[in-house]
Design a binder for this molecule. Structure first.
Ligand SMILES: [Cu+2]
Length: 112
């Protein structure tokens, strides 16, 4: 019974998100790409929430010179100390990964 109620609630929420795509506040997240990797490396947003990621590479290490977000078909160069913006609106729950060009460093965007 309990599980059923949760399912109904989840469906209701999903329906809401679909009906009002413009109702969620855009979110902007600043991410630093350093020798330690991405900071923060775990981000959480809601489906339908317009997202802008601002990446700044603060290391001259070539490892992080390229940014990949495969599921969004994003492939960008990150010049040292120059903020690079990537915007998209995740449309469904799940996890979007971003990595360096060699896939050594990675971060995740959890979409609820
Ligand atoms: Cu790398």
């Amino acid at each position: 019974m309990r599980g059923w109620a949760f399912t109904v609630m989840a469906l209701a929420l999903a329906a809401c998100a679909k009906q009002e795509p413009g109702s969620l506040e855009p979110v902007r997240v600043t991410i630093t790409a350093s020798d330690e990797g991405y900071t923060p490396s775990a981000i959480e947003v809601k489906a339908g929430q317009p997202l802008t990621l601002v990446f700044t590479r603060t290391t001259t290490s070539e490892c992080l010179e390229e940014l990949l977000i495969p599921s969004q078909k994003v492939k960008k160069a990150l010049p040292v100390n120059q903020p690079v913006e990537v915007s998209f609106t995740p449309d469904k729950a799940g996890v979007v990964e971003f990595t360096c060009g060699m896939e050594m460093f990675r971060g995740t965007i959890a979409i609820r």
